[in-house]
Design a protein. Structure first.
Lengths: 81, 245
């Protein structure tokens, strides 16, 4: 899966699963500050990423995700194995 | 619209059976969990179906995380994601603390409290996604007032109350309510085991002068599971006939 595909899927997932406004989603957007995702929302995002991409994201790595782009980075890294 | 999917742990006997029957009568599609008594669970399922309701039996040891995962998968394929979870499964292994063996402590904590962790965690995933859910755990007045000979049971039941209030705060923003029902003395296999002398000694401390019945506990659960209770969360509803106040 190339990066553009992951970014597109990530955007769909944020809109469909977390109910975010598509217009506000950029790769630099911060989940908590810019997108108003609360701590449970971050957990929901992780569950959705695991379901959508079939990857497993441990807590230590999850903590380092602050922006949409960083979430894409982690998924890309996991997909490469 | 099909009814909501409810899972009642320990639903084959006593209070759990009455809860399963009540939720089915209220229009829920009910999974009746059992551990060892598949015959009793089948009987509850048959009774619900005979009354025009929908139910399935769902076996599994709720103190075991892997068994809980398997049970939830079975319920989801049979009825759909669990929308109403009733943590009812419970055992006793009474003894004065000085004589209480580690096995008596561990088995009661495992079945009565670990089960609430495993099942609620498994159910919440779908509830968070659906932005709706009801978690109702059966605690006990023993968990509030304490009871000699039941340090293990009371500890597990008090643990359920702290768990309920914490999780209510975690998931309230997602339309999920988390509550507990605290029965007093209710006529079941558990209280029959107390013996006649103990039962007679307790009666004067109950304002209503009698033990409760399983359907009387089930109706409190039915309320908390309903849309009428949408603004009630983190609450412990005591249903004890006015015990010792």
């Amino acid at each position: 899966m190339d990066r553009a595909t992951v970014e597109a899927k990530m955007t769909d997932l944020l809109v469909d699963e977390l109910g975010l406004d598509r217009g506000k989603i950029t790769m630099g957007a911060k989940f908590e500050e810019d997108l108003e995702v609360d701590s449970l929302g971050v957990v929901e995002l992780l569950m959705a990423l695991e379901d959508t991409f079939g990857v497993s994201i441990p807590d230590e790595e999850a903590e380092s995700i602050a922006t949409v782009g960083q979430a894409v980075d982690v998924v890309m890294q996991k997909l490469k194995g | 619209m099909p009814g909501r999917v409810a899972l009642v742990t320990g639903g084959s006997r006593g209070i759990g059976r009455a809860i399963a029957v009540r939720l089915a009568a209220n229009g829920c599609r009910v999974a009746v969990n059992y551990h060892t008594r598949s015959d009793a669970a089948d009987e509850v399922v048959a009774a619900i179906r005979a009354a025009g309701g929908e139910a399935i039996a769902a076996g599994g040891d709720v103190g075991d995380g892997d068994a809980v995962a398997a049970m939830f998968a079975a319920v989801e394929s049979g009825l759909g994601p669990v929308e109403i979870l009733v943590n009812n499964a419970g055992i006793t292994a009474d003894d004065l603390l000085l004589r209480m063996k580690p096995e008596a402590w561990e088995s009661v904590i495992r079945t009565n409290l670990d089960s609430v962790y495993h099942c609620t965690r498994a159910a919440l995933r779908g509830m968070v996604k659906a932005r709706w859910g009801r978690v109702i755990s059966i605690t006990s007045v023993a968990g509030i007032a304490g009871n000699a000979g039941q340090a293990n049971y009371a500890a597990a039941k008090a643990g359920i109350i702290g768990f309920t209030r914490s999780v209510a705060k975690e998931v309230g923003s997602r339309g999920i309510t988390v509550n507990a029902v605290a029965p007093g003395f209710v006529g079941t296999d558990l209280t029959d085991a107390l013996g006649a002398t103990v039962r007679e000694a307790v009666l004067p401390s109950i304002a209503l002068g009698r033990f409760g019945t399983p359907p009387e506990i089930a109706s409190a659960v039915g309320y908390l599971a309903s849309d009428d209770a949408a603004y009630v969360t983190g609450h412990v509803l005591v249903v004890d006939g006015g015990l010792g106040f």
